[in-house]
Design a binder for this molecule. Structure first.
Ligand code: GLC
Length: 408
């Protein structure tokens, strides 16, 4: 079997990290298969693929194509103006996109895949245009299309040319069906992670040093949010919740991220979050570590992992990772994220954007080490049972088979 994967980002966001786990899982299950990854630029994804011996070809997006993005143009943040802005950019990018598609088509044709598997919105569409005819295309959808007005239209338009969709949660699957129609076959495959790498024991990052803070006293409870700086990931809610905690609580909080994606406007800058922390009087209570390339060690350095997305989270890899590391978790209960946890058993919850409730749950956990330990043990068991990446290959094989048969 020959499969070509298309990634519209070379950075290691959740979708890209999942792609690496998926490729690793397939290589282990089917060592004779030939897997090839085409990436839209140079970046850490290239190195990760090389490490697991998946050959890559970098076909850089023209600048005009990188600049287009409608993340944040829909949903609560959306307005007519930003949609018009996207449309204008799209028209300007037309010629560059057309020549990119021609180039992509030549490269894919040379690789002669039996299946093309795309892993992000731009590639879902470019893949339709560039794939050899008769070769089934699978869209692996990691985010809600209904929140991307432009993408939703394009996906609906091209749904008939997509063999099958993989969604990362039931919630995303339902959204894809609502956007694209019931005829499109959608299967849910929950994400998987390396549960050996994400384990309760192993090296721990020195978060204080990374954040440039003096070491905290030994009784300090460490609380962190590990997410990209996309506005909806909830760093702001997190900081507001920390500001509501009783000052005597021995807590130190960490914002563990840096800007990842190129699309403008939809992300916080670190400077912006730092000044919010200052305004909230958190200068010495919060550390900013920047982007962390070794998330397992960073999670292990925490006592409490916070997931605080203010909009429904499609999946939330950090939830699976926090569980696998046996850490106490507080999850924003909406979307796919809510499908992953059993509140009170393997995590605590709070409503999206509710800083006051988050602060209550933080206080509860910070003052109760036994509860933290109990949630951590249950979380580890859940991760082993539901989020081991070995499952990815098992669930993918019948999907690839179905796609192939349907194309014959
Ligand atoms: C996207 C989603 C996130 C998910 C990741 C991997 O980044 O926003 O929820 O965990 O993809 O599927």
């Amino acid at each position: 079997m020959k499969i070509v994967y298309l990634s519209p980002s070379a950075q290691l966001g959740g979708a890209e990290r999942l792609l690496i786990d998926l490729l690793a899982s397939l290589k282990k299950a089917e060592p004779s298969w030939s897997l090839h990854l085409i990436i839209s630029g140079q970046g850490p994804l290239v190195d990760e693929a090389t490490t697991i011996q998946v050959p890559t070809t970098v076909v850089p997006f023209p600048a005009a194509l990188s600049a287009i993005g409608d993340a944040g143009a829909g949903g609560p943040a959306g307005d007519q103006l930003s949609r018009l802005g996207i449309l204008r950019k799209l028209i300007q990018a037309g010629p560059a996109v057309a020549s990119y598609v021609r180039r992509l088509r030549r490269i894919i044709a040379k690789l002669a895949p039996e299946i093309v598997h795309t892993n992000g919105f731009k590639m879902h569409v470019l893949g339709i245009w560039a794939k050899p005819s008769g070769v089934p295309l699978i869209w692996h959808i990691h985010d809600y299309p209904s929140q991307r007005p432009l993408m939703a239209r394009l996906l609906r338009h091209y749904a008939g040319r997509c063999a099958l969709v993989i969604a990362n949660s039931g919630s995303v699957a339902a959204d894809v069906s609502a956007v694209c129609g019931k005829e499109l076959v959608v299967r849910t495959i929950y994400n998987g992670i390396d549960v050996e790498k994400f384990s309760p024991t192993g090296p721990r990052a020195d978060l204080d040093a990374l954040a440039g803070l003096a070491p905290a006293p030994p009784e300090t409870v460490r609380v962190g949010i590990l997410a990209t700086l996309a506005r909806w990931k909830g760093q702001q809610t997190f900081l507001q919740a920390i500001a509501l905690l009783p000052p005597a609580l021995p807590i130190r909080a960490y914002v563990m991220s840096g800007a990842l994606y190129q699309t403008n406007g939809s992300q916080h800058s670190l400077a912006e979050l730092k000044s919010l922390a200052d305004e909230l009087g958190l200068t010495n209570r919060v550390g900013f570590t920047g982007f962390l390339s070794a998330p397992a060690a960073a999670i292990r350095a925490l006592d409490i992992v916070v997931h605080a997305s203010t909009q429904p989270e499609p999946f939330g890899l950090v939830i699976a990772e926090g569980m696998a590391c046996g850490r106490a978790l507080i999850v924003s209960e909406a979307g796919g994220a809510a499908e992953l946890i059993e509140t009170g058993v393997n995590a605590l919850g709070h409503p999206p954007g509710d800083a006051a409730r988050l602060a209550e749950q933080l206080t509860l956990l910070a003052t109760d080490p036994h509860l933290r330990a109990r949630l951590g043990v249950a979380g580890r068991a859940t991760a082993e049972e539901r989020f081991d990446r070995a499952r990815l290959a098992t669930e993918l094989l019948p999907i690839y088979r179905t796609a192939l048969e349907a194309s014959r």
